[in-house]
Ligand binder design. Structure first.
Ligand code: ADP
Length: 491
């Protein structure tokens, strides 16, 4: 028991609040209705169906977007095939690179507009959309543009060949960034693309279609289809698609893996996670606490690599929990467009329902739940940051991906126990280690079965760095040079 701080003395009611600092939206243009982007043009869906995309912070309709059916998928794949056979695969790689650079530059020029749209369509705080999502998306296009004419250097003594048409299906947590992760390496390697954004966050992908138009890409090189899971399934099952890249839930990943079994389609899957963030007693505790907040509360915990399990060495557990609770009192939950906001809106009513079901379940399982009791806005979907203590390894809130701002805290005594607990999961996407001993970082890092391990930081991304999972967290790697090989046949 740590005697330095008495956990019962929590009193953080400072009685003051920040003045609102809303991001300006004058420069943002969202159309009332969006069609499908096929063969370089916006075209109506064959069946004439549209659905609403809403702002999860106020439940207002932002726009109507097209629901692509199987015929539209067929049209898009044909357009991508034509562009691949006749133009893109024959183009000099350096020329392909110029187009990709152009996309990167236009995203940078329109970064503020992209950031606002990402925030209103998905619910994420503008600070994060502005500082993370959009700059990183542009950085991915810049990075892969540079590789377009250097593939032979990336894979010496091999003959890198493009695959053909890539079908790409992305989730709602980082809409533009996920589109960039998928489109940029595919194009750099000489493939053409049919991309489907998630149904709740289609707007930045449609804006990206406008960028692709403005960048004068040959028609059909990138096609963007909005729609639901049935659209995704039609892309996966289309005979003329050569590669599937999917990011989303482990359940849908399994369905896709079944569908692709026995075909010659290449695939990469980036699925769920339940990352352990491990704090050793020798860590810089204040920094570690801030890292934990960043790992699970920012972006509403809508991050597949979120540090949703915290493992704390027993001797500092009280101090960490106390400081975490103290920090949680200062987190601002509310209007995503306010630059002071730390935690925005939950992406959809369905996701909020799912998170709330886990909050009930955790308590039924006997865990102790802590929330700060802040007031949620009247409209929209909100979840206050939540801690579960007194949890066991068998509890579902410890084992299952919640995808919300919900942290389960466990303690450990020895390094081996920390490693065993961290690895006791069906997932293996990411992990974090907090210690002031470099040797411990290497020792523990090598023992944790996860694709990315952060040391004394968390959720840091860079286009040069590969990302992907072990076990049920997925197959293959995206990002860096590894991300190139996912879009190439390497003889
Ligand atoms: P989440 O649970 O995070 O919403 P999903 O895995 O359901 O994640 O969705 C991720 C993406 O996969 C979305 O674009 C969604 O429309 C798409 N999708 C859903 N079901 C299928 C399916 N059976 N086949 C292909 N794509 C699908």
């Amino acid at each position: 028991m740590n005697k330095r701080i008495a956990p019962h003395k929590l009193n953080f009611d400072t009685g003051w609040a920040y003045s609102p600092a809303p991001e300006s939206i004058d420069h943002v243009h969202i159309k009332d209705q969006y069609k499908l982007f096929i063969g370089g043009k916006f075209v109506a869906p064959k069946a004439g169906k549209y659905f609403n995309t809403i702002n999860p912070a106020n439940e207002k309709v932002l726009a109507r977007v097209a629901q692509a059916g199987a015929t539209d998928v067929d049209r898009a794949v044909n357009a991508a095939r034509g562009a691949y056979d006749n133009i893109w695969s024959k183009m000099k790689p350096a020329e392909r690179g110029k187009y990709i650079y152009r996309i990167a530059r236009i995203i940078q020029e329109r970064a503020r507009e992209f950031a606002v749209i990402e925030s209103v369509d998905g619910g994420k705080p503008i600070r994060e959309a502005r500082d993370v999502d959009i700059p990183l998306a542009a950085a991915h296009f810049f990075y892969y543009a540079g590789w377009a004419d250097k593939l032979n250097y990336a894979f010496p003594c091999r003959t890198p060949q493009s695959l053909g048409v890539a079908g790409q299906i992305i989730p709602w947590n980082f809409p533009l960034l996920m589109a960039a992760w998928k489109i940029a390496p595919a194009l750099a390697c000489g493939n053409t693309v049919v991309l489907k954004p998630a149904e709740t966050t289609p707007l930045t992908a449609l804006k990206l279609a406008e960028v692709i138009e403005a960048a004068d890409l040959p028609p059909g090189v990138v096609n963007i289809l909005t729609g639901d899971g049935s659209t995704g399934a039609a892309i996966v099952n289309h005979d003329d698609v050569n590669k599937i890249a999917f990011t989303g839930s482990t359940n849908v990943g399994r369905i896709i893996q079944h569908a692709l079994a026995g075909t010659d389609k290449k695939y990469t899957l980036e699925l769920g996670g339940k990352a352990a963030n491990i704090i050793f007693a020798d860590a810089a505790i204040d920094q570690a606490v801030e890292g934990v907040v960043n790992a699970i509360f920012f972006n509403q915990g809508h991050v597949c690599c979120a540090g949703s399990r915290l493992l704390v060495q027993e001797s500092v557990a009280d101090e960490v929990v106390f400081k975490l609770k103290e920090r949680m009192q200062t987190l601002i939950v509310g209007d995503p467009l306010d630059k002071n906001t730390d935690i925005g809106a939950i992406n959809s009513a369905a996701q909020l329902e799912r998170i709330n079901a886990y909050l009930d379940l955790g308590q039924e399982e006997g865990a102790e739940m802590f929330q700060c009791g802040g007031k949620n806005p009247d409209k929209g979907y909100w979840c206050q940051p939540t801690l579960f203590t007194n949890v066991a390894q068998s509890h579902r809130v410890v084992r299952e991906e919640i995808f919300g701002p919900v942290l389960a805290i466990q303690t450990f005594r020895t390094l081996d126990e920390a490693v065993a607990k961290a690895n006791n999961t069906q997932y293996g996407l990411s992990g974090g280690i907090w210690t002031d001993k470099g040797a411990k970082i290497f020792n523990v890092g090598a023992k944790i079965r996860a694709g990315v391990i952060w040391a004394n930081t968390f959720n840091k991304f860079d286009p040069t760095s590969p990302f992907g999972g072990y076990k049920e967290s997925g197959v293959g790697r995206e990002g860096g040079m590894h991300g190139l090989s996912a879009y190439l046949d390497l003889h």
